[in-house]
Design a protein around this ligand. Structure first.
Ligand SMILES: NC(=O)c1ccc[n+]([C@@H]2O[C@H](COP(=O)([O-])OP(=O)(O)OC[C@H]3O[C@@H](n4cnc5c(N)ncnc54)[C@H](OP(=O)(O)O)[C@@H]3O)[C@@H](O)[C@H]2O)c1
Length: 225
């Protein structure tokens, strides 16, 4: 099975911070849209942080138990959540008009009650891997099932690091924010294995509004090079 093209997309400060920063959503998602993603791939912690940031979880209504009917041009949100930490809150994403529907990527370690929660609400889910999701296999299944050619990764260092470590990332897109936050060493690339060098080739360097800079690099050792 073919792997889709995987693009990491993040906003970071000049000193590398990516958490607890005031991301310019217009710039972040405006630039992301240019990639024409079929799948928006999100880690569980990122999804949870997003829910807290945008006002929490409203009570479920009858319509939350059915798939939304939206244009096929709108991307599917594939959320990795093998521990089931989003139980009770997935309808926040299902209601989001820029999400065609939610597909949950789970593993052999996922609690049974979470799978029941997904089935009761007619969420598609894909089971791969034992402890964690097998990212390569899950991406191949997603690509085949949803005819997805391009996946945009919207996550922090956990998922990004795992994808990079498994040589699954094709391009890295960074929105560089003209800020220094002094927030320490928790950088976006903190989870890359020590002593590993990943060579990159610059594809884009564009000055945006508000002195932001958009950098896009191709990962040279990626299988799609
Ligand atoms: N500035 C930006 O552009 C930006 C964008 C997105 C997020 N963020 C920030 O990033 C932070 C969240 O980052 P995070 O690193 O804590 O969480 P994360 O990116 O959501 O990563 C955790 C996810 O990665 C999965 N994962 C980790 N290692 C894996 C492996 N080896 N194989 C398969 N799956 C694996 C975990 O799976 P399990 O389900 O198995 O645990 C979990 O779903 C938040 O503060 C958020 O606001 C910033």
């Amino acid at each position: 099975m073919a792997k889709p093209k995987i693009i990491m997309h993040n906003s970071i400060t000049l000193d590398g911070s990516f958490r607890d920063i005031d991301v310019d959503m217009g710039i972040h998602y405006g630039t992301a849209a240019s990639f024409g993603e079929d799948i928006h791939l999100v880690g569980a912690n990122t999804a949870k942080t997003g829910i807290e940031m945008f006002g929490g979880v409203p009570p479920e209504e009858d319509s939350d138990f059915r798939k939304a009917e939206r244009e096929r041009t709108i991307p599917i949100w594939a959320i990795i959540d093998s521990k089931g930490i989003l139980k009770g809150s997935l309808h926040v994403f299902r209601r989001f008009e820029l999400c065609r529907d939610v597909v949950v990527l789970v593993s052999g370690s996922t609690p049974e009650d979470y799978l029941e929660y997904l089935k009761e609400r007619d969420y598609d889910f894909i089971v791969t891997g034992e402890e964690h999701v097998d990212l390569k296999e899950a991406l191949e299944v997603l690509s085949k099932k949803y005819k997805a050619g391009t996946v945009l990764v919207d996550s922090g260092s956990g998922l990004n690091g795992a994808l990079l470590a498994q040589d699954l990332v094709d391009d890295i897109s960074l929105i560089m924010m003209p800020l220094l936050t002094g927030k320490g060493t928790d950088t976006l690339f903190a989870n890359i294995e020590k002593n590993e060098t990943i060579e990159l080739e610059l594809l884009k360097c564009e000055k945006l509004e508000r002195d932001y800079v958009w950098l896009v690099y191709k990962v040279k050792r990626s299988s799609n090079k």
